[in-house]
Design a protein. Structure first.
Length: 271
């Protein structure tokens, strides 16, 4: 009776021992627990009653990151440029490849520090500004330019104010838009200087010309002007013959006589 009871009690105990889980650093092989291989290694041969687990290093392009009972190492990941991915950390026998988004892209499917898929940042249109920059994990945010400002390419963080055509020689040529600035027409400095000099020159010459013309016309109209003066000068320069004894005295001689010039310039006398 006691033997039967012993066998009945021993049976469940053996079953509970066989069903006990392996330790964290072990892995099950049938009814046994074998030691795991370290990171960077794989199992080439499981343990036996008298031998431990035989581990070998992972081949290039494969890895194991933790204690394991794997017979094959895991394949290293390849970062696909077509999905906007670039390699941040190369694969080793103990670490998988780490992929991140290329510049100008953001991650739409992530796993920790690793990204599985990236998309390009939204491009802001002309007439918009960049309200928030795009990052590796966030898309770019765009906003329309406020009134009287513009952004020609959509890459500015702040829209530029329109130019004011309020200079002394400026006027509005083309109105501004959200993507283009106001265009002003203006005189060049050389043109302004030339026009100013011309006005000053004409303003000085015209009065002088008018004064000369008026003086000339006044001279022509006055009696006994230059023509009369020239005639008197000719008369006084003609030589006179000396007076004779029987002739009457001319100018400055005896009274009652008069001497003058004939048509041919000879002296004549009158009784």
């Amino acid at each position: 009776m006691s033997l039967t009871l012993y066998l009945l009690l021993l049976g469940p105990l053996r079953c509970s021992l066989a069903a006990a889980p392996c330790k964290e650093e072990e892995y099950p092989v049938g009814a046994e627990c074998c030691p795991k291989c370290g990171p960077g290694y794989r199992v080439q041969e499981a343990c036996g009653e008298l031998t431990g687990t035989l581990c070998v290093p992972c081949d290039p392009g494969t890895y194991t990151a933790h204690l394991n009972g794997l017979s094959e190492c895991l394949q290293c990941r390849v970062c696909d440029p077509a999905m906007g991915l670039v390699t941040r950390r190369q694969c080793s026998t103990t670490e998988n490849t780490v992929c991140v988004c290329d510049q100008g892209h953001f991650c739409v499917s992530e796993s920790g520090d690793d990204c599985a898929e990236c998309r390009p940042h939204t491009a802001c249109r002309p007439g918009q500004r960049v309200q928030q920059r795009g990052t590796e994990w966030q898309d770019r945010v765009c906003e329309d330019c406020p009134p009287e400002t513009f952004s020609p390419s959509g890459t500015l963080e702040e829209c530029q104010p329109w130019t004011r055509c309020n200079g002394p020689f400026q006027s509005l040529l083309n109105a501004g838009t959200s993507s283009s600035d106001v265009k002003c027409s203006s005189w060049s400095l050389s043109l302004f200087v030339g026009l100013t000099f011309s006005v000053l020159l004409l303003g000085g010459i015209i009065p002088i010309v008018v004064w000369l013309l008026r003086k000339r016309m006044k001279t022509r109209r006055s009696p006994g002007g230059p023509a009369k003066g020239r005639l008197l000068q000719v008369l006084w320069t003609i030589p006179r013959p000396p007076p004779t004894g029987g002739d009457a005295v001319g100018v400055g001689g005896a009274p009652g006589s008069l001497r003058g010039l004939g048509p041919s310039g000879q002296a004549t006398s009158s009784p």
